[in-house]
Design a protein around this ligand. Sequence first.
Ligand SMILES: Cc1cc2nc3c(=O)[nH]c(=O)nc-3n(C[C@H](O)[C@H](O)[C@H](O)COP(=O)(O)O)c2cc1C
Length: 212
Amino acid sequence: MNTPLVTQEADQFAPQELHVLGFAGSLRQNSYNRALLRAAQELMPDGMSLSIFDLSHIPLYNADLDQDGIRPPAIELFKQAIAKADALLIATPEYNHSMPGVLKNALDWASRPAGRSPMSGKPAAMMGATGGLWGTIRAQDDLRNVLTSTGSHVMLRRPEILIAQAPQKFDEQGRLTDDTTRTLVTQLLVGLRDWTLRLRAGEPVPAAAPTR
Ligand SMILES: Cc1cc2nc3c(=O)[nH]c(=O)nc-3n(C[C@H](O)[C@H](O)[C@H](O)COP(=O)(O)O)c2cc1C
């Protein structure tokens, strides 16, 4: 393994902070979705922190290995990172009108064993970037469906981060340069903080403010 699994462990942050675990459904070094997570790290509102888990360490799902004592170490670490996080932030590309297998595979591992999944009850938000015109809307629809299956509390679609024609929104160093998108990402993060705190307090979760 050449890169760390996770940029920072949850317990390295101040205990009063809401800690978000991010991961991207692309393994590409210059991935726009990985860059989008870095932008979220830069735009984190007060009282929140984000660490990024690298899914390149996750092997293909095999139910024979999905048993206590023999589960691959990277899977145990992934599940522990999810369990320790207050919320999840997932950045997905769109592959053939759905999420990439890399992401679905990681979620399949995290979803088991049934009844003991760290995904269950976990607040989650999503965003996505593509070079195409539809901004990952179909991938995000499928991801929302999967997160419903895992029992996660997916944030409502306000705002939606649907980045189309990504090369026009990032510079060559992978920095998100589009001001409108940066504002939307900030709104998503504030919305996720609100969503997570309201769930924690047992309050009914309202829709975040409409943004467009
Ligand atoms: C196998 C494959 C299928 C793709 N299918 C779609 C698609 O259905 N819709 C779309 O908008 N882009 C599609 N793309 C383009 C990707 O969204 C684009 O390459 C994107 O930049 C990948 O995300 P990344 O930059 O984070 O790696 C596809 C790319 C690949 C490799």
